[in-house]
Design a protein around this ligand. Structure first.
Ligand SMILES: CC(C)(COP(=O)([O-])OP(=O)([O-])OC[C@H]1O[C@@H](n2cnc3c(N)ncnc32)[C@H](O)[C@@H]1OP(=O)([O-])[O-])[C@@H](O)C(=O)NCCC(=O)NCCSC(=O)C[C@@](C)(O)CC(=O)[O-]
Length: 300
């Protein structure tokens, strides 16, 4: 078991990117500010991708430049290529995220190129970011299962992790994009990643489609992993992973971690209110079971 944990909230990016109705930049800014105010130290804010592919993220500049930044918070953004990097750098993110996939089919659907080509595209982005003093994370989608190919082997995960390491990516996310992972499969994916990255440099990013995300979190912790990503109110999904639901809810993850005696630095009650804020803006109830329980208790 690790001695500490860190939670990175991805709701403003992963959580909202799949929403069919455009959410205003003002609401996104408010969401990010509220997440920082309740104690989250890492927040994924937006992505600099093609607005034709992901219209919800077209306001990336407006959102990033509209933030009142907290110096204790690391603000990250997704960047798929140099065009995205050139736009992102104007907004001075603390970290950029290049995003690849362990499955060829998902790579093609998501970023319109093969795994090998994606890494060629990432290389100058990584070099430019590091030269500018910006940290670089690599997201690895479909590390246990792919919506197009089915099971994904640890060998495929190790292949991508090795390529990302070679081009200078500093830390990586092991993502279960469609939430089909179960604890032992997730451990195999993490072990394949550990051949290239240190325990401290690996995060778990688990979608909760089949209700396995917390079990997968615990299984990752058994391997010493202590960085996890989640989304307030359990928002999220990728437009290229149909049927997959949101990330594990930040409220659920933090409730579990607090229950295990970890200090996340996050005020859970206040985080529940952030989930209520964004859920009301989206016009539907929260997906977080912990938030529902806390809200029920408040009305008793
Ligand atoms: C990667 C590309 C851009 C390649 O897209 P492409 O069509 O192959 O690229 P292209 O270079 O041929 O350019 C085509 C058009 O896109 C424009 N373009 C090109 N690049 C950019 C850019 N950076 N920003 C803005 N515009 C851009 C470019 O200027 C051109 O515009 P046009 O001349 O047709 O008007 C495209 O496929 C894309 O944007 N895909 C979006 C992928 C995405 O955002 N997916 C969701 C995030 S990943 C995820 O959710 C998974 C994760 C991370 O959460 C982990 C997990 O759970 O799995």
């Amino acid at each position: 078991m690790p001695h500490k944990v860190r939670v990175l909230d991805v709701s403003a990016r992963d959580g909202l990117q799949n929403e069919p109705q455009l959410v205003s930049a003002a609401v996104k800014i408010e969401l990010v500010q509220k997440l920082a105010a309740v104690g989250l130290q890492e927040i994924e804010v937006t992505s600099y991708v093609s607005p034709k592919w992901i219209p919800q993220m077209a306001d990336n500049h407006e959102v990033m430049s509209g933030l009142r930044r907290d110096k204790n918070v690391k603000y990250s953004v997704l960047v798929p290529n140099m065009k995205g990097f050139e736009a992102a750098i104007l907004d001075r993110p603390d970290e950029i995220v290049v995003f690849g996939a362990a499955s060829e089919a998902f790579s093609q659907k998501n970023i319109n190129c093969s795994i090998a080509h994606s890494v060629e595209r990432f290389e100058p982005v990584v070099q430019a970011a590091l030269a500018a003093g910006i940290s670089v994370r690599g997201a690895m989608s479909c590390t246990v299962g792919c919506p197009y190919e089915g099971d994904v082997s640890p060998k495929q995960v190790g292949y991508l992790a090795g390529l990302l390491k070679q081009i200078g990516v500093q830390r990586v996310d092991v993502a279960d994009t469609i939430g089909v992972g179960t604890p032992l499969k997730v451990q195999r994916a993490i072990e394949a990643t550990l051949e290239h990255f240190a325990t401290d440099d690996i995060s778990g990013h688990f979608h909760d489609t089949y209700g396995q995300a917390l079990a997968n979190t615990l299984a990752s912790m058994e391997l010493g992993i202590w960085n996890f990503q989640s989304s307030v109110a359990g928002l999220g999904g990728c437009p290229y992973a149909k049927g997959a639901t949101g990330n594990v809810a930040s409220e659920d993850l933090i409730f579990m971690l607090h229950g295990m005696g970890f200090d996340t630095g996050v005020d859970l009650d206040a985080l529940v209110d952030v989930g209520v804020y964004i859920s009301e803006k989206l016009g539907r109830p929260t997906n977080s079971r912990v938030a529902k329980a806390i809200l029920n208790k408040r009305t008793q």
